[in-house]
Design a binder for this molecule. Structure first.
Ligand code: MN
Length: 257
């Protein structure tokens, strides 16, 4: 089994190498990851400047490792469409230092990297945990177990967003299949003055509203591991009737001027 491993925290992140160390016992692992922190860059890809990649010494022995001067999505596209010859069976992104719950998935570089794998038709996992979690090994072991299950089955078309609570194994209550919470954060804008010009900070703070049952946020609050199956469609499954009516008449109205 061959695994492409990446992240959005950059090549030196502990979460990446904890995963690499565990996964190399079950698969051939290649690391292709950004050369620096790329958290919250979402699905960004670099189209207007060249990408540079170089092979570097791995922090875990015998893991072929490349750094990319680009985003997490760049790293996966570069690896799957250029660098790696032969089939990749699984793409894993993480372990991210910071949970990726609810609407975080729309800005998360960790999830975006896994999404690229999924869009290539390869089963893909995004794995995240609370910042400062000292139990990264649990996430790594879970990833290795899921990798083995995927190797034994024909689970393609799979995109899983996995989040782990900051707890030792004996305190984790269970593993729950969840859906995304609709809201994870409240955004605010803080204004300051640097002596010459105004500046602004976008501030994201956790939303403390009670979370709906069976969502990812709820599962983490219960002390459980959350596994959310994602799909790539943003389309509304059935457009509201009002929109149907509106669209059928819009062209006539445009022509009428
Ligand atoms: Mn990150």
């Amino acid at each position: 089994m061959r695994i492409l491993l990446t992240n959005d925290d950059g090549i030196f992140a502990e979460g990446l190498w904890t995963l690499a160390g565990e996964l190399k016992s079950v698969a051939q692992v290649t690391v292709v990851a950004p050369d620096r922190e790329q958290s919250a860059v979402g699905t960004a890809v670099t189209l207007w400047q060249p990408l540079r990649l170089r092979e570097v010494n791995p922090m875990v022995p015998e893991v072929e490792t490349y750094v990319v001067e680009g985003t997490p999505s760049d790293s996966v596209i570069l690896a799957l469409d250029g660098l790696l010859k032969g089939k990749v069976d699984l793409v894993i992104s993480g372990i991210n230092h910071g949970l990726n719950l609810g609407d975080d998935v729309y800005i998360s570089g960790t999830v975006a990297a896994a999404l690229q794998g999924y869009l290539h038709g390869i089963p893909s996992l995004a794995i995240s945990t609370a910042r400062g979690n000292s139990h990264l090994a649990i996430g790594a072991k879970l990833a290795a177990l899921i990798a083995q299950k995927i190797a034994q089955s024909s689970l393609d078309n799979l995109l899983l967003n996995i989040n782990l609570p900051n707890l030792p194994l004996d305190k984790i209550g269970g593993i729950q299949l969840t859906r995304l919470a609709t809201k994870s954060h409240i955004n605010s804008v803080e204004e300051g003055f640097d002596g010459k010009r105004k500046y602004y900070w976008l501030v994201r703070q956790g939303d403390n509203e009670p979370s709906e049952i069976e969502t990812d946020i709820w599962a983490i609050k219960q002390g459980n591991i959350s596994i959310t199956p994602l799909s790539s469609t943003l389309s509304h499954s059935s457009p509201p009737p009002l929109l149907d009516d509106l669209c059928s008449n819009l062209l006539q109205e445009l022509k009428r001027g």
